[in-house]
Design a protein around this ligand. Structure first.
Ligand code: ZN
Length: 887
């Protein structure tokens, strides 16, 4: 699965396991009846898979496009004993018939699972058949239904990870009960039905058609899927495997199928070769689906993608195309690593995700189409560093007691720290040895399940060394280390040199051993040039590097050149000062990216005041020649802008710095107008930061066509971004623009943009109404809309409005946490916990942490994070205020 598609829609997921870091639950049957909850514990799952095997599903669906569907699930399986009842998962269905081994049974059903009495079962082969009706879901899990308001067409798609297959069919919904799935579906005549195998028959029944799909290879329930609707289809049969692409009819003009097929075709060739195992399925389908709550999902041979981020009303930018390629490759890697070989239980999810992320980088690097996949990997590691230095960090490998906790740790540690450790491991044992170990692992566990020990065991065998100690240090111990260089010079030469290691967070003091490259740089003829590079394995708190003694005294030392290591570099004072003045004089883009990052770290760690940070960024951003780095630099401007907004909005210094930012960014846009990618990045930033009357007026003119942006196209997405920004500042007349624009654009993304622009207005009454809607867990609004509303309610700069409901939001947190489902709560806790960057707000959060001890793990983690971020914001503010006072 891919979490998010672009920064504007980043999903913040996560939870604190707190006391759950205790010993893992051991898989054994206690003989006790399964707990009556919507979730499945690891213990119950293990007890079931110990008894059940050889599972085969025969599924039949009747799909009409109406809000409910009817279906029959037949499950054939072997059972080793009849000592206890057996449960079958089926969520919220109206059961019309249940037969067990041919005998009609009155269902014992709690809306979560059916319990079949031991007396109705037999040792050996059993058959359970359930006929039922169920509502389609609207929260993006199960069998989601969507009505396209532009043309009335209905689209369905399934999403099951982690455990929502039983929202569509009766199942043993756990990853280690792999099964075959034979499917028939009756659907309206003009619909496609898409699943894991190619259909073998389409029968014309007049107004409907009946589709037949032969049994799949063995898959975990969460990797099976079915999507249906009058999708537009593109097809490419030029490669080794047939490829198809689907999207809603009304979105078809925004899809670039040639890019999709090129990335997909090349990827399949690459992975066939890399894994040394042919692609395990018969065709490769990719489906763009509406209201998808993640970025993408690796359903076997029928991958789903969010529409947003992978479609565009104008030609995609290079960054968007790179994101598309990387996501396609990530999901493709899962077809082997995830679908062909699957984790036994959800504690193995990180390896799944890390591996797919890492393979996407390797495949991108090999394709040569984008010149900086390793730079992208470095950028994505930053999220892992931030998460790993937080109080809420966790080991990469953690116990997951229940399916309720499966996504508690879906975060930057799971995806990006994990991917970094795999990169380390590959450096450690060698590229070819790593590949061979992966191949052996996949061959050995094909169509089955495996654990981390199996993976480490395969790599240990391939490399001839015991990798368990490495795994213990990196995978089972949480927390980030900091690394800095400490040196002295005499007569222009290094006289001492040490690498100093420390824990980024005192609560997690583990120090580690790691191979890094230390680079020494000197200013020469206006450039900062590399004068020395050495590979060093550091260990413990201090590592002396005698081989550097006598080298020219450096102006800058970077102790992780080439980004081999997973460690936060803290520049020594001299290097930090050099970085600030020489940033644009560095030729290597990766090192430049690292120094841009050092500036941001400097702001967050209070080595650099906000004003200084903004000034340095504004001087260097226009000189940035690399497109990816320009986006990073513009991101830094956005970071500076958002802090200013939070605690200095409207002040004289805010007005002065804002004007500077607006001028620099607008000038950058005009300077780069001939380069579409760069110009778009400047324009997007300009819209995001605009706050002065002049800049907001210019946005209005761009919208009405009275002004132009150096010839850069103002496409539909850009029009909405402008309207949102005008409404954020309640520019007179901007509310009327929302309705006008909806008349032009009634698409799904248009409706979400209109909602966002409406909710973001600083209008106390409207905000309270939407807050009420969100908090009442109102089912009449699809989750996709509630999520957008949550994101727009209390943006930076509207702290006073946020304060009006802050106490209420904290007071009701526990209650909502208890009532809401996990999907809702991940968004709610990430967006709705109030933090307003004042000592009083920090204090209020601290009290809420003490008072709310029974929150779900995910919500508690969000609360702790909100507090930690608020503490940091207050500290940055204090430095800023001090600077202003000294003026
Ligand atoms: Zn994934």
């Amino acid at each position: 699965m891919y979490l998010s598609v672009c920064s504007r829609f980043t999903i913040l997921l996560g939870a604190l396991l707190s006391a759950a870091f205790a010993a893992p639950l051991h898989a054994q049957s206690t003989g006790a009846a399964r707990a009556e909850t919507p979730y499945l514990s690891q213990e119950d799952a293990a007890a079931r898979s110990a008894r059940v095997s050889n599972v085969a599903y025969t599924l039949d669906f009747t799909l009409t496009g109406e809000p409910t569907f009817t279906a029959t699930s037949r499950i054939d399986f072997d059972l080793i004993d009849t000592a206890a009842p057996l449960t079958v998962d089926l969520n919220n269905a109206k059961i019309s018939a249940l037969t067990v081994n041919g005998k009609a049974i009155t269902p014992v059903y709690n809306q979560w699972f059916i319990t079949i009495a031991a007396s109705d079962l037999r040792v050996g082969r059993n058959t359970v058949s359930v006929s039922y009706g169920r509502e389609h879901s609207t929260n993006g899990e199960g069998l989601h239904r969507y009505v396209d308001k532009t043309d009335g067409r209905v689209y369905l798609y399934s999403h099951f990870e982690p455990a929502a297959a039983h929202q569509m069919f009766a199942a043993f919904d756990q990853p280690d009960l792999k099964a075959t799935y034979a499917l028939t579906a009756t659907a309206p005549k003009e619909w496609f039905v898409i699943s894991s195998t190619p259909e073998t028959r389409i029968e014309d029944l007049g107004t409907t058609r009946r589709w037949t799909f032969p049994a799949t290879p063995k898959l975990s329930p969460y990797n099976f899927s079915m999507h249906a609707g009058p999708y537009k289809m593109w097809e490419d049969r030029s490669g080794k495997y047939p490829m198809r692409l689907f999207a809603r009819q009304s979105l078809a003009s925004q899809v670039a199928p040639q890019d999709w097929f090129r990335f997909t075709g090349r990827g399949l060739e690459y992975f066939d070769d890399y894994f040394g195992i042919p692609y395990p399925f018969k065709k490769y389908d990719q489906v763009l689906v509406p209201q998808f709550i993640y970025g993408a999902m690796e359903n076997a041979a029928a991958v789903t993608f969010a529409e947003n981020g992978f479609t565009s009303p104008s030609a995609m930018t290079t960054a968007q195309r790179q994101g598309l390629a990387s996501t396609i490759l990530h999901e493709m890697a899962h077809q082997w690593f995830g679908d062909l070989v699957t984790m036994r239980w959800w504690n193995g999810l990180w390896l799944n995700e890390s591996f797919a992320s890492y393979m996407a980088t390797l495949a991108s690097a090999q394709s040569g189409e984008f010149d900086n996949p390793w730079l992208s990997q470095y950028r994505s590691k930053q999220g892992a560093y931030r998460t790993d230095e937080s109080i809420t960090t966790h080991p990469i490998e953690v116990p997951v007691p229940s399916s309720a906790n499966a996504f508690d740790n879906i975060d930057a540690i799971t995806y990006n720290k994990g991917a970094s450790t795999l990169h380390q491991l590959r450096q450690l044992i060698g590229e070819e040895t790593f590949r061979r170990g992966v191949h052996e692992y996949l061959v050995r566990h094909s169509y089955g399940n495996a654990t981390l020990d199996d993976f480490i065991g395969a790599l240990s065998k391939a490399s001839g060394r015991d990798l368990q100690p490495w795994a213990q240090e990196w995978l089972y111990q949480p927390g980030l280390n900091k690394l800095s260089a400490e040196f002295q010079c005499r007569d222009g030469k290094l006289s001492t040199f040490h690498l100093q290691q420390s824990a980024a967070n005192a609560a997690y003091p583990t120090l580690r051993s790691q191979l890094v490259q230390v680079g020494l740089f000197n200013v020469s003829k206006g450039k900062l040039v590399l004068t020395e590079k050495q590979a060093v394995t550091y260990t413990g708190a201090s590592t002396e590097v005698p081989t550097l003694i006598g080298k020219a005294c450096p102006d800058l030392v970077y102790p992780n050149v080439g980004d081999w290591g997973f460690v936060k570099v803290v520049l020594d004072a001299k290097s930090f000062s050099t970085a600030r003045t020489q940033l644009s004089q560095i030729e290597d883009p990766l090192l430049r990216s690292m120094l841009w990052q050092s500036l941001t770290d400097g702001l967050l760690d209070r080595r650099l005041g906000l004003e200084n940070y903004i000034e340095t960024t504004l001087v260097n951003a226009p000189k940035e020649t690399d497109y990816t780095l320009l986006r990073q630099a513009l991101g830094n401007i956005g970071t500076g802008r958002s802090y200013l907004r939070r605690f200095a909005a409207g002040s004289a210094v805010d007005r002065q710095l804002s004007a500077k930012m607006e001028t620099t960014v607008w000038t950058g846009l005009l300077t780069d107008k001939a380069n579409r990618d760069r110009a778009r990045s400047w324009l997007d930033t300009y819209i995001d930061i605009a706050s002065s009357d002049a800049a907001l007026a210019r946005l209005g003119h761009l919208l009405s066509g009275k002004a132009d942006a150096g010839g850069v196209e103002i496409d539909q997405d850009t029009r909405w971004a402008i309207i949102k920004q005008l409404n954020r500042h309640a520019v007179p007349g901007s509310d009327a623009l929302i309705k006008q624009e909806q008349a032009r654009d009634n698409s799904e993304s248009g409706q979400l943009s209109a909602l966002s622009a409406t909710v973001i207005r600083p209008d106390a009454k409207a905000k309270m109404a939407w807050l009420g809607k969100v908090q009442s867990l109102d089912n009449s609004e699809p989750f996709a809309r509630l999520r957008v509303a949550m994101g727009a309610l209390y943006p930076g700069g509207q702290e006073a409005l946020s304060e009006t409901s802050a106490d209420q939001r904290l007071a009701s947190l526990a209650d909502i946490d208890q009532k809401a489902d996990r999907v809702f709560m991940r968004s709610y806790a990430g967006r709705m916990i109030p933090s307003t960057c004042t000592p009083a707000s920090v204090d209020r959060l601290a009290k809420a942490i003490s008072a709310n001890t029974n929150l779900s793990a995910g919500t508690r983690r969000s609360l702790l994070l909100a507090h930690e971020n608020d503490v940091r914001c207050v500290a940055i503010r204090a430095v800023f205020d001090q600077v202003q006072a000294n003026k």
